[in-house]
Design a protein around this ligand. Sequence first.
Ligand code: AMP
Ligand code: MN
Ligand code: MN
Ligand code: MN
Length: 283
Amino acid sequence: MSFPPNLNADLHCHSTVSDGLLSPGDLARRAKANGVELWALTDHDEIGGLGEARAVADEVGLPFVNGVEISVSWGEDQTVHIVGLGFDAAYEPLVTGLATVRSGRDSRAHRMAAELDKVGIHGAYAGALKYAGNPALISRSHFARYIVELGHAKEVKSVFDWWLAKGKPGYVSHPWATMEQALGWIRAAGGIAVMAHPGRYRVSKAELREMFVAFKDLGGRGIEVISGSHAEDQTLECARAAREFGFLASRASDFHGPGESWIDLGKLPPLPDDLTPVWSELS
Ligand code: AMP
Ligand code: MN
Ligand code: MN
Ligand code: MN
C-alpha cells in the first residue's frame, strides 16, 4: 500500500509499556476514533507493546507500523531521542540492544531518588516504581507523577521545570545508547530512523546542525517537523532543516495520555506541503 502526502499520520506516542497512561490497545482505539490514518506506537526503548497495538489496529482497520523511541546520549550529557519506524521487531540485535538500554534505567532511578531525597522529596524510588510497574521502564515521567501526588506541583509538566530537567535537583546524567548503535539497530532491522522533536533539544544552533550532520552520516532519514511538543518557531526551523538536509518529514503527537499531553492523537496540523513525508517510504 502507498500512502498519500496529506495523510492523517501520527507516528509517535507512548503506552503503559513505557511512560504513557493508556494500554497499546486503548491507544489504537483512540487513534482510530480521532481519525488517524496511519499510526505507530513508539514506547521508550521498548517494543513489547507492538503486538497488542497491531492486533487492535488490525481489528479496528487502522494501518499500523512498528515504532520505538530510543534514548541516545550525545556529546556532553545531551539526550537525543531517535524514533525507529517500520522495522522487523524480531530482529535480535535490536531486541537485545533495547534490553541493554533499559537495563540502565533502574540504577539511574536509584540515583535520581537519592538526589531528590536531599531536597526533601522522600521515597521517590518506590513512589515512581508504583507508577512504572517495572524497574526497567522507570522514567522521569513516573517520578513526575509521584511528585504531583505528594502535592509539590499541580501537573506533571511543571515538575520538570523545578525538579527533573537538566540542572535541577533530580536530574542525573546517564549513558544511554550511542547514536551509532541506535541507528545501526534500526537500519539493520529494516527500519527508518527519524530524529524526534529536534526543536526541543537545549543546544545551540551550531550544535543542532552538528547533530543533524552526524545523524545523516549514520543513515538517519527523517526528522519530526510537526511534533506535539514543538512551538511554532521550532516547527519552522525543523521544516528549514528538512529542506536543507534532505530529510523526510514526520508528524508526531508524542501523546502520553489524557491530561498529560501537549496534543491528542491525530490532532496535528499538516506537514508543509513541499516536504516529503516519511510515510512515502513506509508500507
Ligand atoms: P526519561 O526517558 O526517563 O529521561 O524521561 C523522558 C520523558 O519525560 C519524556 O519522554 C517525556 O515523556 C517526559 N518529559 C521530559 N521533559 C518534559 C517536560 N518538560 N514536560 C513534560 N514531560 C516531559
Ligand atoms: Mn515520554
Ligand atoms: Mn522524546
Ligand atoms: Mn516520545
